[in-house]
Design a binder for this molecule. Structure first.
Ligand code: NAP
Length: 482
Protein backbone atom coordinates (compact mmCIF):
# COMPACT_ATOMS: atom_id res chain seq x y z
CA UNK A 1 0.00 0.00 0.00
CA UNK A 2 2.81 2.39 0.80
CA UNK A 3 3.62 2.59 -2.91
CA UNK A 4 0.06 3.63 -3.72
CA UNK A 5 0.02 6.63 -6.05
CA UNK A 6 -2.55 8.09 -3.64
CA UNK A 7 -0.36 8.11 -0.55
CA UNK A 8 1.14 11.60 -0.67
CA UNK A 9 3.26 12.98 2.15
CA UNK A 10 3.21 16.59 0.99
CA UNK A 11 0.40 19.14 0.87
CA UNK A 12 -1.54 20.17 -2.21
CA UNK A 13 -1.67 23.94 -2.62
CA UNK A 14 -2.40 25.92 -5.77
CA UNK A 15 -2.04 22.80 -7.88
CA UNK A 16 1.43 21.98 -6.51
CA UNK A 17 2.73 19.44 -3.99
CA UNK A 18 4.62 21.35 -1.32
CA UNK A 19 6.38 20.70 1.95
CA UNK A 20 7.71 23.76 3.72
CA UNK A 21 7.16 22.52 7.26
CA UNK A 22 9.90 22.08 9.86
CA UNK A 23 8.02 19.35 11.67
CA UNK A 24 5.82 16.49 10.58
CA UNK A 25 2.83 14.51 11.87
CA UNK A 26 3.09 10.73 11.84
CA UNK A 27 0.06 8.70 10.84
CA UNK A 28 -0.58 5.15 12.03
CA UNK A 29 -2.74 2.23 11.01
CA UNK A 30 -5.04 1.59 13.99
CA UNK A 31 -5.44 -2.09 13.03
CA UNK A 32 -1.71 -2.85 13.17
CA UNK A 33 -0.11 0.05 15.02
CA UNK A 34 2.32 0.55 12.12
CA UNK A 35 3.33 4.03 11.00
CA UNK A 36 2.07 4.46 7.43
CA UNK A 37 3.77 7.77 6.74
CA UNK A 38 3.86 11.41 7.79
CA UNK A 39 2.52 14.77 6.64
CA UNK A 40 3.71 18.37 7.07
CA UNK A 41 2.71 20.32 10.16
CA UNK A 42 1.72 23.60 8.54
CA UNK A 43 0.84 26.71 10.50
CA UNK A 44 -0.57 30.17 9.86
CA UNK A 45 1.86 31.29 7.13
CA UNK A 46 1.20 28.26 4.91
CA UNK A 47 -2.53 28.59 5.52
CA UNK A 48 -2.41 32.24 4.49
CA UNK A 49 -0.60 31.28 1.32
CA UNK A 50 -3.19 28.59 0.48
CA UNK A 51 -6.00 31.10 1.09
CA UNK A 52 -4.25 33.66 -1.16
CA UNK A 53 -4.06 31.18 -4.04
CA UNK A 54 -7.70 30.21 -3.48
CA UNK A 55 -8.65 33.90 -3.63
CA UNK A 56 -6.77 34.32 -6.92
CA UNK A 57 -8.40 31.20 -8.36
CA UNK A 58 -11.84 32.38 -7.21
CA UNK A 59 -11.96 35.21 -9.75
CA UNK A 60 -11.79 32.88 -12.75
CA UNK A 61 -13.58 29.90 -11.20
CA UNK A 62 -16.64 31.88 -10.12
CA UNK A 63 -16.84 33.47 -13.58
CA UNK A 64 -16.93 30.12 -15.39
CA UNK A 65 -20.31 29.14 -16.81
CA UNK A 66 -22.08 26.83 -14.37
CA UNK A 67 -21.96 24.07 -16.98
CA UNK A 68 -18.14 24.16 -16.95
CA UNK A 69 -17.97 23.88 -13.17
CA UNK A 70 -20.56 21.11 -13.35
CA UNK A 71 -18.35 19.27 -15.76
CA UNK A 72 -15.37 19.39 -13.38
CA UNK A 73 -17.56 18.08 -10.54
CA UNK A 74 -18.85 15.20 -12.67
CA UNK A 75 -15.30 14.31 -13.72
CA UNK A 76 -14.26 14.43 -10.07
CA UNK A 77 -17.06 11.95 -9.24
CA UNK A 78 -16.01 9.63 -12.05
CA UNK A 79 -12.33 9.74 -11.03
CA UNK A 80 -13.23 8.84 -7.43
CA UNK A 81 -15.16 5.82 -8.70
CA UNK A 82 -12.37 4.85 -11.12
CA UNK A 83 -10.05 4.61 -8.09
CA UNK A 84 -12.63 3.34 -5.60
CA UNK A 85 -10.61 0.30 -4.62
CA UNK A 86 -7.27 2.10 -4.08
CA UNK A 87 -8.93 4.98 -2.23
CA UNK A 88 -10.95 2.55 -0.10
CA UNK A 89 -7.80 0.66 0.88
CA UNK A 90 -6.01 3.88 1.81
CA UNK A 91 -9.01 4.88 3.94
CA UNK A 92 -9.10 1.51 5.73
CA UNK A 93 -5.39 1.62 6.42
CA UNK A 94 -5.40 5.05 8.03
CA UNK A 95 -8.81 4.89 9.72
CA UNK A 96 -9.56 1.23 10.40
CA UNK A 97 -13.06 0.78 8.99
CA UNK A 98 -13.77 -2.44 7.05
CA UNK A 99 -12.84 -2.24 3.37
CA UNK A 100 -16.45 -2.69 2.22
CA UNK A 101 -17.47 0.33 4.31
CA UNK A 102 -14.46 2.30 3.07
CA UNK A 103 -15.30 1.61 -0.57
CA UNK A 104 -18.89 2.53 0.23
CA UNK A 105 -17.64 5.82 1.64
CA UNK A 106 -15.72 6.56 -1.56
CA UNK A 107 -18.91 5.93 -3.57
CA UNK A 108 -20.83 8.14 -1.12
CA UNK A 109 -18.22 10.89 -1.63
CA UNK A 110 -18.50 10.53 -5.40
CA UNK A 111 -22.28 10.84 -5.15
CA UNK A 112 -21.88 14.37 -3.75
CA UNK A 113 -19.69 15.45 -6.66
CA UNK A 114 -22.24 13.99 -9.05
CA UNK A 115 -25.23 15.53 -7.25
CA UNK A 116 -23.71 19.00 -6.89
CA UNK A 117 -22.34 18.78 -10.44
CA UNK A 118 -25.93 18.29 -11.56
CA UNK A 119 -27.26 21.02 -9.24
CA UNK A 120 -24.61 23.55 -10.32
CA UNK A 121 -26.67 24.33 -13.42
CA UNK A 122 -29.82 25.00 -11.43
CA UNK A 123 -28.75 27.93 -9.26
CA UNK A 124 -31.71 30.15 -10.10
CA UNK A 125 -32.50 33.66 -9.00
CA UNK A 126 -35.81 35.58 -8.95
CA UNK A 127 -37.48 38.47 -10.73
CA UNK A 128 -39.67 39.87 -7.98
CA UNK A 129 -42.87 41.67 -9.10
CA UNK A 130 -42.00 45.32 -8.82
CA UNK A 131 -44.09 47.93 -6.97
CA UNK A 132 -42.88 50.49 -9.61
CA UNK A 133 -43.49 50.74 -13.36
CA UNK A 134 -39.95 51.96 -14.12
CA UNK A 135 -37.90 49.67 -11.88
CA UNK A 136 -37.26 45.96 -11.71
CA UNK A 137 -36.16 43.85 -8.76
CA UNK A 138 -33.59 41.20 -9.68
CA UNK A 139 -32.34 38.61 -7.23
CA UNK A 140 -29.32 36.49 -8.11
CA UNK A 141 -27.14 34.06 -6.19
CA UNK A 142 -23.41 34.64 -5.76
CA UNK A 143 -20.79 32.20 -4.46
CA UNK A 144 -19.76 33.22 -0.93
CA UNK A 145 -16.05 33.26 -1.88
CA UNK A 146 -13.08 31.35 -0.48
CA UNK A 147 -14.14 28.59 1.92
CA UNK A 148 -12.09 26.92 4.66
CA UNK A 149 -13.07 23.41 5.67
CA UNK A 150 -12.05 21.44 8.77
CA UNK A 151 -13.08 17.78 8.93
CA UNK A 152 -12.86 14.79 11.32
CA UNK A 153 -11.26 11.36 11.01
CA UNK A 154 -14.38 9.18 11.07
CA UNK A 155 -15.33 9.80 7.39
CA UNK A 156 -12.08 11.21 5.96
CA UNK A 157 -13.22 11.07 2.34
CA UNK A 158 -16.95 11.77 2.57
CA UNK A 159 -16.87 14.72 4.96
CA UNK A 160 -14.66 16.65 2.54
CA UNK A 161 -16.84 15.71 -0.43
CA UNK A 162 -20.02 17.09 1.16
CA UNK A 163 -18.28 20.46 1.50
CA UNK A 164 -15.90 20.63 -1.47
CA UNK A 165 -18.44 19.46 -4.06
CA UNK A 166 -21.04 22.01 -2.93
CA UNK A 167 -18.46 24.78 -2.74
CA UNK A 168 -17.01 24.05 -6.18
CA UNK A 169 -20.43 23.77 -7.79
CA UNK A 170 -21.52 27.09 -6.28
CA UNK A 171 -18.41 28.82 -7.67
CA UNK A 172 -16.38 28.94 -4.46
CA UNK A 173 -12.79 27.80 -4.03
CA UNK A 174 -11.83 25.79 -0.96
CA UNK A 175 -8.91 25.12 1.38
CA UNK A 176 -9.36 21.82 3.23
CA UNK A 177 -7.77 20.86 6.54
CA UNK A 178 -8.37 17.18 7.36
CA UNK A 179 -8.01 15.50 10.75
CA UNK A 180 -4.37 14.79 11.61
CA UNK A 181 -5.13 11.10 12.18
CA UNK A 182 -6.46 10.60 8.63
CA UNK A 183 -4.79 13.09 6.25
CA UNK A 184 -4.00 10.70 3.38
CA UNK A 185 -7.55 10.25 2.11
CA UNK A 186 -7.78 14.06 2.00
CA UNK A 187 -4.44 14.51 0.22
CA UNK A 188 -5.66 11.94 -2.32
CA UNK A 189 -8.11 14.63 -3.43
CA UNK A 190 -5.07 16.48 -4.73
CA UNK A 191 -4.15 13.50 -6.90
CA UNK A 192 -7.70 13.44 -8.27
CA UNK A 193 -7.64 17.21 -8.86
CA UNK A 194 -4.42 16.80 -10.85
CA UNK A 195 -5.87 13.90 -12.81
CA UNK A 196 -8.95 15.80 -13.95
CA UNK A 197 -7.03 19.03 -14.60
CA UNK A 198 -8.83 21.12 -11.98
CA UNK A 199 -7.53 24.71 -12.20
CA UNK A 200 -4.85 25.46 -9.55
CA UNK A 201 -6.14 26.94 -6.30
CA UNK A 202 -9.73 25.72 -6.67
CA UNK A 203 -9.16 22.96 -4.13
CA UNK A 204 -6.15 22.85 -1.79
CA UNK A 205 -5.42 20.44 1.05
CA UNK A 206 -3.22 21.43 3.97
CA UNK A 207 -2.26 19.45 7.06
CA UNK A 208 -0.94 20.66 10.37
CA UNK A 209 -1.75 22.51 13.56
CA UNK A 210 -5.53 22.64 13.86
CA UNK A 211 -5.52 25.68 16.12
CA UNK A 212 -3.16 27.72 13.92
CA UNK A 213 -4.89 26.80 10.67
CA UNK A 214 -8.29 27.58 12.22
CA UNK A 215 -7.09 30.93 13.58
CA UNK A 216 -5.80 31.96 10.16
CA UNK A 217 -9.07 30.85 8.53
CA UNK A 218 -11.07 32.88 11.06
CA UNK A 219 -8.97 36.03 10.80
CA UNK A 220 -7.90 36.14 7.15
CA UNK A 221 -10.20 38.62 5.38
CA UNK A 222 -9.84 36.79 2.04
CA UNK A 223 -11.65 33.75 3.45
CA UNK A 224 -15.42 34.21 3.67
CA UNK A 225 -16.81 31.01 5.11
CA UNK A 226 -15.79 28.21 7.46
CA UNK A 227 -17.40 24.81 7.23
CA UNK A 228 -16.65 22.42 10.06
CA UNK A 229 -17.52 18.84 10.94
CA UNK A 230 -16.40 17.58 14.31
CA UNK A 231 -17.09 17.81 18.01
CA UNK A 232 -19.53 20.30 19.49
CA UNK A 233 -16.79 21.59 21.80
CA UNK A 234 -14.45 22.62 18.96
CA UNK A 235 -17.36 23.71 16.77
CA UNK A 236 -18.50 26.22 19.38
CA UNK A 237 -14.99 27.67 19.76
CA UNK A 238 -14.63 27.96 16.01
CA UNK A 239 -18.08 29.51 15.45
CA UNK A 240 -17.38 32.07 18.12
CA UNK A 241 -14.01 33.05 16.59
CA UNK A 242 -15.48 33.13 13.09
CA UNK A 243 -18.37 35.33 14.17
CA UNK A 244 -15.92 37.93 15.51
CA UNK A 245 -14.84 38.36 11.87
CA UNK A 246 -18.40 38.00 10.48
CA UNK A 247 -17.59 34.81 8.56
CA UNK A 248 -20.40 32.55 7.48
CA UNK A 249 -20.27 29.15 9.18
CA UNK A 250 -21.69 25.68 8.68
CA UNK A 251 -21.37 23.43 11.72
CA UNK A 252 -21.92 19.66 11.60
CA UNK A 253 -21.36 18.67 15.21
CA UNK A 254 -21.91 15.85 17.68
CA UNK A 255 -25.07 13.87 18.36
CA UNK A 256 -26.76 11.71 20.97
CA UNK A 257 -29.18 9.77 18.80
CA UNK A 258 -32.12 7.98 20.42
CA UNK A 259 -33.31 4.75 18.78
CA UNK A 260 -36.87 3.96 19.90
CA UNK A 261 -38.54 0.57 19.50
CA UNK A 262 -42.31 0.59 20.05
CA UNK A 263 -44.20 -2.60 20.91
CA UNK A 264 -45.97 -2.58 17.52
CA UNK A 265 -42.66 -2.55 15.60
CA UNK A 266 -41.30 -5.31 13.42
CA UNK A 267 -38.56 -6.41 15.84
CA UNK A 268 -36.44 -8.14 13.21
CA UNK A 269 -36.33 -4.98 11.10
CA UNK A 270 -35.60 -2.94 14.22
CA UNK A 271 -32.64 -5.22 15.00
CA UNK A 272 -31.30 -4.82 11.46
CA UNK A 273 -31.66 -1.05 11.76
CA UNK A 274 -29.98 -1.11 15.16
CA UNK A 275 -27.01 -3.07 13.81
CA UNK A 276 -26.52 -0.63 10.95
CA UNK A 277 -27.04 2.47 13.00
CA UNK A 278 -25.02 1.40 16.05
CA UNK A 279 -22.12 -0.75 14.88
CA UNK A 280 -21.28 0.75 11.47
CA UNK A 281 -17.81 2.32 11.62
CA UNK A 282 -17.37 0.67 15.06
CA UNK A 283 -19.97 3.02 16.48
CA UNK A 284 -17.95 6.08 15.46
CA UNK A 285 -20.46 8.08 13.45
CA UNK A 286 -22.21 11.28 14.46
CA UNK A 287 -25.56 9.67 13.60
CA UNK A 288 -24.90 6.44 15.52
CA UNK A 289 -27.71 5.32 17.80
CA UNK A 290 -26.43 6.24 21.25
CA UNK A 291 -29.47 5.38 23.40
CA UNK A 292 -31.91 2.52 22.73
CA UNK A 293 -35.38 3.02 24.23
CA UNK A 294 -37.41 -0.19 24.05
CA UNK A 295 -41.05 -0.43 25.14
CA UNK A 296 -41.23 -2.70 28.20
CA UNK A 297 -43.52 -5.35 26.66
CA UNK A 298 -40.94 -6.14 23.91
CA UNK A 299 -37.77 -5.26 25.85
CA UNK A 300 -36.60 -8.82 26.53
CA UNK A 301 -37.47 -10.04 23.04
CA UNK A 302 -35.61 -7.15 21.36
CA UNK A 303 -32.59 -7.55 23.65
CA UNK A 304 -32.36 -11.26 22.89
CA UNK A 305 -32.56 -10.76 19.13
CA UNK A 306 -30.01 -7.95 19.24
CA UNK A 307 -27.55 -10.04 21.27
CA UNK A 308 -27.86 -12.92 18.77
CA UNK A 309 -27.24 -10.61 15.79
CA UNK A 310 -24.32 -8.74 17.37
CA UNK A 311 -22.64 -11.97 18.53
CA UNK A 312 -22.33 -13.01 14.89
CA UNK A 313 -20.30 -9.92 13.92
CA UNK A 314 -16.76 -10.51 12.70
CA UNK A 315 -14.10 -8.28 14.24
CA UNK A 316 -10.63 -7.67 12.80
CA UNK A 317 -8.36 -5.78 10.42
CA UNK A 318 -10.65 -4.09 7.91
CA UNK A 319 -8.55 -5.34 5.00
CA UNK A 320 -9.43 -8.97 5.78
CA UNK A 321 -12.43 -10.58 4.11
CA UNK A 322 -15.84 -10.34 5.76
CA UNK A 323 -14.81 -8.04 8.63
CA UNK A 324 -17.75 -6.07 10.02
CA UNK A 325 -16.03 -4.13 12.78
CA UNK A 326 -12.51 -2.75 12.80
CA UNK A 327 -10.52 -1.12 15.61
CA UNK A 328 -11.44 2.16 17.28
CA UNK A 329 -9.44 5.16 16.15
CA UNK A 330 -7.20 5.49 19.22
CA UNK A 331 -6.68 4.76 22.92
CA UNK A 332 -8.78 7.69 24.25
CA UNK A 333 -11.71 6.37 22.18
CA UNK A 334 -11.41 2.98 23.92
CA UNK A 335 -11.11 4.63 27.33
CA UNK A 336 -14.35 6.55 26.75
CA UNK A 337 -16.27 3.35 25.96
CA UNK A 338 -14.79 1.69 29.05
CA UNK A 339 -15.77 4.66 31.21
CA UNK A 340 -19.36 4.56 29.97
CA UNK A 341 -19.58 0.82 30.65
CA UNK A 342 -18.07 1.18 34.14
CA UNK A 343 -20.37 4.08 34.99
CA UNK A 344 -23.49 2.19 33.83
CA UNK A 345 -22.65 -1.13 35.49
CA UNK A 346 -21.63 0.74 38.66
CA UNK A 347 -25.15 2.20 38.76
CA UNK A 348 -26.90 -1.13 38.18
CA UNK A 349 -26.87 -1.84 34.42
CA UNK A 350 -26.25 -5.44 33.34
CA UNK A 351 -23.62 -6.41 30.80
CA UNK A 352 -25.21 -8.93 28.43
CA UNK A 353 -22.57 -8.94 25.67
CA UNK A 354 -18.96 -7.83 25.26
CA UNK A 355 -17.76 -5.16 27.64
CA UNK A 356 -14.00 -5.36 27.25
CA UNK A 357 -11.07 -4.93 24.88
CA UNK A 358 -11.03 -7.53 22.13
CA UNK A 359 -8.33 -10.18 22.30
CA UNK A 360 -6.93 -8.82 19.01
CA UNK A 361 -5.33 -6.11 21.17
CA UNK A 362 -4.52 -2.49 20.22
CA UNK A 363 -7.79 -0.55 20.03
CA UNK A 364 -10.09 -3.42 19.07
CA UNK A 365 -13.14 -3.54 21.35
CA UNK A 366 -15.89 -6.11 21.72
CA UNK A 367 -19.33 -5.05 20.46
CA UNK A 368 -21.17 -4.46 23.72
CA UNK A 369 -24.79 -4.48 24.92
CA UNK A 370 -26.03 -3.26 28.31
CA UNK A 371 -29.55 -3.81 29.71
CA UNK A 372 -31.28 -2.17 32.65
CA UNK A 373 -29.86 1.22 31.67
CA UNK A 374 -31.37 4.32 33.32
CA UNK A 375 -31.34 8.06 32.70
CA UNK A 376 -28.89 8.84 35.53
CA UNK A 377 -26.08 7.04 33.67
CA UNK A 378 -23.47 8.86 31.53
CA UNK A 379 -24.63 7.04 28.36
CA UNK A 380 -27.94 8.90 28.61
CA UNK A 381 -26.25 12.28 28.19
CA UNK A 382 -22.94 11.81 26.39
CA UNK A 383 -22.00 10.61 22.92
CA UNK A 384 -20.12 7.29 23.45
CA UNK A 385 -18.67 7.12 19.92
CA UNK A 386 -17.97 3.40 20.19
CA UNK A 387 -19.60 -0.04 19.84
CA UNK A 388 -21.81 0.14 22.94
CA UNK A 389 -25.61 -0.29 22.81
CA UNK A 390 -27.31 0.71 26.10
CA UNK A 391 -30.93 -0.49 26.37
CA UNK A 392 -33.38 1.69 28.34
CA UNK A 393 -37.00 0.65 29.01
CA UNK A 394 -40.11 2.84 28.68
CA UNK A 395 -43.89 2.53 29.04
CA UNK A 396 -45.64 5.25 27.00
CA UNK A 397 -45.19 7.33 23.85
CA UNK A 398 -45.22 10.64 25.75
CA UNK A 399 -42.68 9.36 28.22
CA UNK A 400 -40.21 8.24 25.54
CA UNK A 401 -40.57 11.47 23.55
CA UNK A 402 -39.57 13.31 26.71
CA UNK A 403 -36.50 11.09 27.16
CA UNK A 404 -35.51 11.33 23.50
CA UNK A 405 -35.63 15.14 23.48
CA UNK A 406 -33.94 15.54 26.85
CA UNK A 407 -30.51 16.29 25.40
CA UNK A 408 -28.67 19.34 24.16
CA UNK A 409 -28.07 17.52 20.86
CA UNK A 410 -30.42 17.28 17.87
CA UNK A 411 -28.74 15.56 14.92
CA UNK A 412 -30.27 12.15 14.06
CA UNK A 413 -32.88 9.95 15.74
CA UNK A 414 -34.65 6.72 14.83
CA UNK A 415 -37.83 4.92 15.75
CA UNK A 416 -39.64 1.76 14.75
CA UNK A 417 -43.44 1.41 14.73
CA UNK A 418 -46.11 -0.01 12.44
CA UNK A 419 -48.78 2.41 13.69
CA UNK A 420 -49.27 5.15 11.08
CA UNK A 421 -50.66 7.72 13.51
CA UNK A 422 -47.82 7.14 15.94
CA UNK A 423 -45.29 7.38 13.11
CA UNK A 424 -46.48 10.93 12.29
CA UNK A 425 -46.89 12.03 15.91
CA UNK A 426 -43.46 10.87 16.97
CA UNK A 427 -41.74 12.10 13.81
CA UNK A 428 -43.20 15.57 14.41
CA UNK A 429 -42.44 15.50 18.14
CA UNK A 430 -38.74 14.64 17.85
CA UNK A 431 -36.51 17.74 18.03
CA UNK A 432 -33.92 16.54 15.53
CA UNK A 433 -32.64 17.52 12.09
CA UNK A 434 -32.88 13.94 10.77
CA UNK A 435 -35.45 11.26 11.62
CA UNK A 436 -35.23 7.63 10.50
CA UNK A 437 -38.74 6.09 10.62
CA UNK A 438 -38.35 2.31 10.39
CA UNK A 439 -34.88 2.96 8.91
CA UNK A 440 -31.44 2.73 10.53
CA UNK A 441 -29.41 4.33 7.71
CA UNK A 442 -30.49 7.77 6.61
CA UNK A 443 -27.57 9.24 4.65
CA UNK A 444 -27.95 10.10 0.99
CA UNK A 445 -26.60 12.96 -1.07
CA UNK A 446 -30.10 13.99 -2.18
CA UNK A 447 -31.41 14.71 1.35
CA UNK A 448 -30.43 17.52 3.74
CA UNK A 449 -28.03 16.34 6.45
CA UNK A 450 -27.59 18.43 9.58
CA UNK A 451 -28.72 19.09 13.11
CA UNK A 452 -30.44 21.49 15.48
CA UNK A 453 -29.51 22.65 18.99
CA UNK A 454 -25.88 21.83 19.90
CA UNK A 455 -25.58 19.56 16.85
CA UNK A 456 -24.93 22.61 14.73
CA UNK A 457 -26.29 24.70 11.90
CA UNK A 458 -26.48 24.42 8.13
CA UNK A 459 -27.25 21.45 5.91
CA UNK A 460 -25.09 19.30 3.62
CA UNK A 461 -26.29 17.49 0.51
CA UNK A 462 -29.55 18.20 -1.34
CA UNK A 463 -30.58 21.57 -2.78
CA UNK A 464 -30.22 23.05 0.73
CA UNK A 465 -26.55 22.07 0.80
CA UNK A 466 -25.83 24.34 -2.15
CA UNK A 467 -27.56 27.32 -0.49
CA UNK A 468 -24.94 27.16 2.28
CA UNK A 469 -22.35 28.29 -0.28
CA UNK A 470 -24.40 31.05 -1.90
CA UNK A 471 -25.18 34.64 -0.96
CA UNK A 472 -28.25 36.50 -2.20
CA UNK A 473 -27.71 39.64 -4.27
CA UNK A 474 -30.59 42.06 -4.86
CA UNK A 475 -30.32 44.58 -7.68
CA UNK A 476 -32.85 47.35 -8.24
CA UNK A 477 -32.77 48.15 -11.96
CA UNK A 478 -34.06 51.71 -12.21
CA UNK A 479 -34.53 54.30 -14.95
CA UNK A 480 -36.57 52.00 -17.16
CA UNK A 481 -39.31 54.56 -17.94
CA UNK A 482 -39.49 56.27 -21.35
P1 NAP B 1 -12.71 17.12 16.75
O1 NAP B 1 -11.75 16.81 17.82
O2 NAP B 1 -13.61 18.28 16.92
O3 NAP B 1 -11.83 17.24 15.42
C1 NAP B 1 -12.41 17.55 14.19
C2 NAP B 1 -11.47 18.45 13.42
O4 NAP B 1 -11.25 19.64 14.16
C3 NAP B 1 -10.10 17.84 13.14
O5 NAP B 1 -9.68 18.22 11.86
C4 NAP B 1 -9.24 18.50 14.20
O6 NAP B 1 -7.88 18.62 13.81
C5 NAP B 1 -9.85 19.87 14.24
N1 NAP B 1 -9.53 20.64 15.45
C6 NAP B 1 -9.02 20.19 16.63
N2 NAP B 1 -8.80 21.24 17.45
C7 NAP B 1 -9.19 22.36 16.81
C8 NAP B 1 -9.23 23.73 17.13
N3 NAP B 1 -8.84 24.18 18.31
N4 NAP B 1 -9.70 24.60 16.22
C9 NAP B 1 -10.11 24.16 15.01
N5 NAP B 1 -10.09 22.87 14.63
C10 NAP B 1 -9.66 21.97 15.53
O7 NAP B 1 -13.69 15.91 16.46
P2 NAP B 1 -13.31 14.39 16.31
O8 NAP B 1 -13.23 13.76 17.63
O9 NAP B 1 -12.17 14.22 15.40
O10 NAP B 1 -14.61 13.88 15.51
C11 NAP B 1 -15.67 13.29 16.14
C12 NAP B 1 -16.80 14.30 16.37
O11 NAP B 1 -17.27 14.76 15.12
C13 NAP B 1 -17.99 13.66 17.05
O12 NAP B 1 -18.53 14.51 18.02
C14 NAP B 1 -18.97 13.47 15.90
O13 NAP B 1 -20.31 13.39 16.32
C15 NAP B 1 -18.68 14.66 15.06
N6 NAP B 1 -19.14 14.44 13.68
C16 NAP B 1 -20.22 15.14 13.22
C17 NAP B 1 -20.68 14.92 11.93
C18 NAP B 1 -21.87 15.67 11.40
O14 NAP B 1 -22.06 15.65 10.19
N7 NAP B 1 -22.67 16.31 12.23
C19 NAP B 1 -20.03 14.01 11.10
C20 NAP B 1 -18.93 13.31 11.60
C21 NAP B 1 -18.50 13.55 12.89
P3 NAP B 1 -6.75 17.63 14.38
O15 NAP B 1 -7.13 16.27 13.93
O16 NAP B 1 -5.51 18.13 13.73
O17 NAP B 1 -6.74 17.76 15.86
Amino acid sequence: MTNSEFLRETCYVNGKWIDAADTRIEVNNPATGEIIGSVPRFGRAETASAIASAATAFTKWSALPAAARADYCLRFAQALMDHQDALGRLLTIEMGKPLAEAKGEVAYAASFFKWFGEEARRVYGDLIPSPWTDKRIVVSKMPVGVVGSITPWNFPTAMIARKAAAAMAAGCTIVCKPASQTPFSALAYGVIADEIGLPPGVLSVITGSAAQIADEMCENPKLRKITFTGSTEIGKQLASKASAHMKRVSMELGGNAPFIVFEDADLDKAVQGALASKYRNSGQTCVCANRFYVQSSVYDAFAEKLVTAVKAMKIGDGLEDGIEQGPLIDEPAVTKVEEHIADATGKGAKLVLGGKRHDKGLTFFEPTILTGVTNDMAVAKEETFGPLAPLFSFETEDEVLGYANDTEYGLACYFYTNDLGRAWRVMEGLEYGIVGVNEGIISTEVAPFGGVKDSGMGREGSKYGLEDYLDVKYALMGGLGK
